[in-house]
Design a binder for this molecule. Structure first.
Ligand SMILES: O=C(O)C(=O)Cc1ccccc1
Length: 283
């Protein structure tokens, strides 16, 4: 089977894919929408993309694509620890050489915000499509004296020297990656399974007082625990939102169908994004 991932090689997404799908054909894509479209266009069977980081929150492009653009299902979740390192071209390492620019994925730059503020205040930051894309760029442009933020494998893969290790601002730094597929069947993976989950996207009826309270009640009285609720713009006007809701429960015959029917009876639109198992990948 073919699996698209946010590349290039040695991105954090690649690390997750290597652990979860070591024997499958892995296809690097440049952007998250490219990964998603590769599944839609049947170029691959699955896509693995980042969804949320413990320090920086949701990856909005992934959430928004799932709601607005793609009719794909989450079939598994992979949670991985994240360690960020600052790396430079070996020609520019050692001594106190000036770094012209620090490049990385926006989430990686944000995860190292305090470090960058203290050690590199004033140095321009540049966003790239992934941490590995930044490492690749730095390796291919030694004359520019840039640094990249990424993982240890990226330093090895692109021949860079790590100048500062573990520069993420908080020790607990994990990212949730999701596995997307055209069909909604959960995908079993040979890794440590932590829990079953169901992800829903809910749009409330317009201007109905108490609608969100009523939606939450449908879960509360069934004792369905929510592990996440977040609002995102509907992109139709200020104040228009949909809610991304993760329920710590797999799809069953009674409780979740009951909650969904009740929300629909309240006038909500409910989009089922997936019912799946979550796997914890070790370092
Ligand atoms: O940029 C990467 O390497 C990714 O796979 C996305 C990402 C960025 C920062 C933390 C976790 C995942």
């Amino acid at each position: 089977m073919k699996i698209a991932y946010l590349g290039p090689q040695a991105s954090f997404t690649d690390l997750a894919v290597r652990k979860a799908f070591p024997d499958e054909h892995q296809v690097p894509c440049v952007t998250i929408p490219d990964c998603i479209e590769a599944v839609i266009e049947d170029e691959v069977d699955y896509a693995v993309v980042p969804l949320e980081n413990a320090l920086e929150g949701s990856v909005h492009i992934t959430v928004d694509y799932l709601f607005h653009e793609a009719d794909l299902s989450i079939v598994a979740e992979l949670t991985s620890p994240i360690q960020q390192h600052l790396m430079v071209h070996p020609e520019n390492s050692g001594g106190e050489r000036r770094i012209e620019k620090i490049m990385s994925h926006s989430h990686a730059l944000a995860q190292c915000h305090k470090f960058l503020h203290k050690a590199y205040r004033g140095t321009p930051l540049e966003q790239t499509t992934s941490t590995a894309a930044a490492a690749k760029y730095v390796s291919e442009h030694p004359g520019e004296k840039n640094a990249a933020i990424g993982n240890e494998l990226a330093a090895k893969e692109y021949g860079l020297s790590i100048s500062h290790e573990n520069i993420h601002d908080f020790a607990y730094n994990h990212t949730r990656f999701i596995v997307l597929h055209k069909k909604s069947h959960p995908l079993a993976i040979e890794q440590n399974k932590s829990e079953d989950k169901t992800t829903l996207m809910v749009t409330l009826p317009k201007d109905r007082s108490g609608a969100l309270h009523q939606v939450l009640s449908t879960f509360a009285w069934r004792q369905l625990n929510l592990s996440k609720i977040e609002s995102r713009p509907l992109k139709t006007g200020l104040g228009d939102y949909f809610f991304l809701i993760d329920v710590a429960h797999g799809m069953d015959e009674v409780l979740l169908p009951g909650a969904i029917s009740e929300m629909e009876a309240l006038g909500c639109e409910v989009k089922m994004i997936g019912t799946y198992s979550s796997y914890m990948l070790d370092q």
